[in-house]
Design a protein around this ligand. Structure first.
Ligand code: 4AD
Ligand code: MG
Length: 464
């Protein structure tokens, strides 16, 4: 593979080498003395490389002086010491060929100037060319790789759970239906109900909201597994924290309890933060400069210290006593809203908090009931500025107790296979789901999940 701009900036080729680069022009400045500085990016690093082109180039007048932001070029020349302070090296061009012109430079949608995030979402196909979205893409990739490494180093197996499913894992009724039926001629049975048996599958089919239930089937055979893939929620939420399509990482560990689960969540997040700080220094420096001044220091402080753990009941007492007026009033037994989560993480603790042992009535059927008969072995990780980034639990491994829950919700028939995991060699096990985009919001300091996923899907959005 040829070296890229990042390699030259990192001095992987000696000064004086003959090299060639390919990329896209960001800026061009011309000097009266008959030469131009062209900043060329290829996305391999936050920075581009400065190309110096002078009028001795045969196409200086015809091509170089017409280059504008977005043009693609191939430049060959000599790596020389840079006269400026910004970078160590620059490229003294001996030949520049233009691979692609920009149609109309005046209307180039991501011309170099400050654009609002709202506007950039309308040109999601071009925003990767901007500083911010290039940095997001590299940080996202670094976090993604760190996640796979974390699990692989601890003997987890990556399991690809299905996207098309019949089960509503979270029981929130927020599933997108998958169907090949003609909406105008839906087949109905004698009772007038839609006859899904005549659809593509023998069952009603939906896009998955979580890979967990299928993940548990592999966990209770391979002991340590994780899923990492897209998940879907048809929530009509127009917030900065909700996407209709988002990526979730879901580890599931046999012979583990809630404490083990919290330990894993803590070590896991610290490992990802460490990797991003190591691998994406320039990108993180950009976020610290333009988005959130303590983007780097806060990640560093989390890597270096333990998370705070707190029971739900204690959190309710703190929230009731804090004297703050919340939009949603609170008492023991209700689910926390994002304003409460943020108060706890941001103002009360100032760092991520692991909240544990929630009332069982507000949590999913699969969570393990605690002995107090009121709470279950659930945990959420709450991050300052965002709220919940991880949701997880120890799972109910006792068939009789699981059956009670499933009976009450009418799940037993559909989830017969899930009951089998308790009928045949049941074991204690626990896991969690990390919302990958919420994690990236926390890392970068950007405050909307729409700006950390390449092509956001939200209610009413155009689909690129
Ligand atoms: O808390 P949730 O709903 O938990 C589950 O789905 C479990 N089955 C996970 C498990 O135990 N294996 O979702 C997990 C995380 C949330 O903490 C949040 O970070 C993220 O997924 N999330 C969303 N992210 C973006 N947009 C949405 N609409 C999201 N809904 C949940
Ligand atoms: Mg949750």
């Amino acid at each position: 593979w040829p070296l890229q701009i990042s390699d030259y900036l990192a001095a992987k080729a000696p000064l004086g080498s003959q090299v060639s680069i390919r990329g896209w022009v960001r800026t061009r400045r011309d000097s009266k003395a008959g030469f131009s500085f062209i900043n060329v990016h290829d996305g391999s690093a936050f920075d581009g490389i400065q190309v110096v082109a002078d009028q001795s180039l045969p196409n200086y007048q015809d091509d170089v002086l017409k280059l504008s932001a977005g043009c693609s070029v191939e430049v060959s020349g000599e790596l020389v010491k840079s006269a400026g302070k910004e970078q160590a090296v620059e490229l003294q061009a001996q030949a520049i060929s233009v691979l692609g012109w920009v149609d109309d430079p005046e209307t180039y949608p991501v011309a170099k100037k400050r654009h609002s995030f709202e506007y950039l979402r309308t040109v999601a196909h071009l925003r990767p060319r901007t500083n911010t979205f290039g940095a997001v893409a590299r940080v996202r990739n670094s976090a993604y790789q760190a996640i796979h490494r974390y699990f692989s180093e601890r003997s987890f197996n990556w399991v690809n759970t299905p996207i098309i499913t019949a089960s509503d894992c979270e029981g929130a009724g927020e599933m997108f239906r998958v169907s090949t039926l003609d909406l105008l001629q839906v087949p109905r049975n004698d009772k007038g109900e839609i006859d899904f048996s005549r659809d593509f599958f023998a069952d009603e089919a939906f896009l998955t909201v979580s890979g967990q239930l299928n993940g548990e089937a592999f966990c209770t055979a391979l002991s340590r597994i994780y899923t990492f893939g897209p998940t879907f929620r048809a929530e009509n939420s127009h917030t900065s924290r909700h996407l209709a399509e988002f990526w979730m990482v879901e580890p599931e560990v046999a012979f583990a309890n809630l404490q083990d689960n919290a330990d894993m969540a803590e070590e896991f997040l610290q490992t990802i933060f460490k990797a991003v700080l190591n691998e994406c220094g320039d990108d993180m420096a950009f976020f610290a400069q333009h988005v959130n001044a303590d983007a780097i220091t806060r990640l560093q402080s989390i890597v270096d210290s333990e998370f705070v753990r707190m029971d739900y009941s204690e959190a309710i007492t703190i929230l009731e006593k804090c004297g703050k007026q919340f939009e949603f009033p609170l008492h023991w037994g209700v689910d926390l809203q994002s304003e409460h989560e943020r108060y706890l993480a941001e103002e009360h603790v100032g760092r991520p908090v692991i909240l544990m042992n929630y009332p069982k009535s507000i949590k999913a059927f699969y969570m393990r009931a605690n002995d107090d008969d009121k709470t279950c072995a659930a945990m959420d990780v709450l991050a300052p500025g965002i709220g919940e980034i991880i949701g997880g639990s120890q799972r109910e491994e006792r068939l009789d107790l699981l059956d009670e829950k499933m009976d009450a919700l009418g799940l037993k028939e559909d989830l017969w296979w899930y009951r089998d995991l308790r009928r045949y060699g049941t074991v204690p096990h626990a896991g969690f789901g990390l919302g990958f985009e919420r994690l990236l919001n926390y890392i970068t300091g950007l405050d909307n999940v729409r700006d950390v996923i390449p092509f956001p899907r939200v209610p009413g959005s155009a689909l690129f």
